[in-house]
Design a protein around this ligand. Structure first.
Ligand code: ATP
Ligand code: MG
Length: 255
């Protein structure tokens, strides 16, 4: 089992789009894949086609159980939902994640996600974790639980500045709590090869010695269409250029 977390504390850079689409490709390639959504916005849960009702057990319930707010003892697999897509499963997020964060943090529950995912070691081939746009309790729990992390970059000047701060934060967490955590690289998202600024920004990341992944993702309206259809690109538009780019990126990570 390989567990990857997609993280950037900057909002709107493509975390949910990338984690859901990489998970979908992984599933399409026949790997039993779990998408864990740790963001109270529930974007990747929604994108993967999962509806949250009062009866849905979510990752918030998993965390609640660790502080004894949940009477029945459930195991990791009880918090997982199948999707309409073969081999793709979701541990859904819930808006309640926002309400319980302080309590979880004050009770040092940051390691509980790692313990939960460990229970699934023989049941899944790949796990992708989507994170909120903050270096908060949930993104830290994800980085502690993961084998590696990916950083989406949206070709914006502010993002370039934020990456170094992000790496400092993650490296500190790595040395304190997860020494084996690997940085797999920066994913260039919404890349426009015709414009100068994105090329300059990417070049400056490379000059700084930052690990930029070779396969970039273009901007395309297909992303919004696939969100609104609640179908990841590998299923919604498999032959589209962006779907192909996601496939190449997946291969680059898996090689
Ligand atoms: N390659 C792309 N082409 C076009 N639009 C994109 C692309 N990637 C992301 N977007 C759009 O950018 C917006 C932000 O994407 P997404 O929700 O994946 O980012 P995020 O980092 O998860 O955001 P948040 O920090 O709020 O969780 C969405 O409206 C999405 O449709
Ligand atoms: Mg998101």
């Amino acid at each position: 089992m390989q567990t990857r977390v997609v993280f950037n504390q900057k909002g709107g850079v493509g975390k949910s789009t990338i984690s859901t689409n990489l998970a979908a490709i992984s599933a399409k390639r026949g790997l039993k894949t779990l998408l864990v959504d740790l963001d109270a916005q529930c974007n990747s849960t929604h994108y993967a086609g999962i509806d949250i009702t009062d009866d849905t057990r979510t990752v918030a319930d998993m965390f609640k159980q660790t502080v004894g707010w949940f009477s029945k003892a459930l195991t990791a697999k009880d918090f997982i939902q199948p999707t309409a897509f073969d081999h793709l499963f979701v541990m859904p997020a819930a808006p309640a994640l926002a309400d319980i964060e302080r309590e979880l943090e004050s009770r040092y529950k940051m390691f509980k996600l790692r313990d939960t995912l460990k229970e699934l070691e023989t049941q899944f081939d790949r796990i992708y974790i989507d994170t909120p746009p903050n270096f908060n309790f949930y993104s830290k729990a994800a980085l502690i639980a993961a084998d590696s992390f990916l950083i989406p970059f949206d070709c914006d000047d502010f993002s370039a500045q934020a990456i170094e701060r992000l790496l400092d934060n993650v490296m500190e967490l790595k040395s304190d709590h997860n020494p084996d955590l690997v940085c797999e690289g920066i994913i260039i998202n919404q890349f426009n090869a015709q414009a100068n600024l994105p090329k300059q920004l990417v070049a400056s990341l490379i000059e700084k010695g930052l690990p930029v992944l070779k396969n970039h993702l273009s901007a395309s309206v297909k992303v919004r269409e696939s969100h609104s259809q609640r179908k990841p690109l590998a299923f919604f538009a498999p032959s589209h250029k962006l779907s192909q780019q996601f496939g190449l990126l997946f291969d680059e990570l898996e090689r």
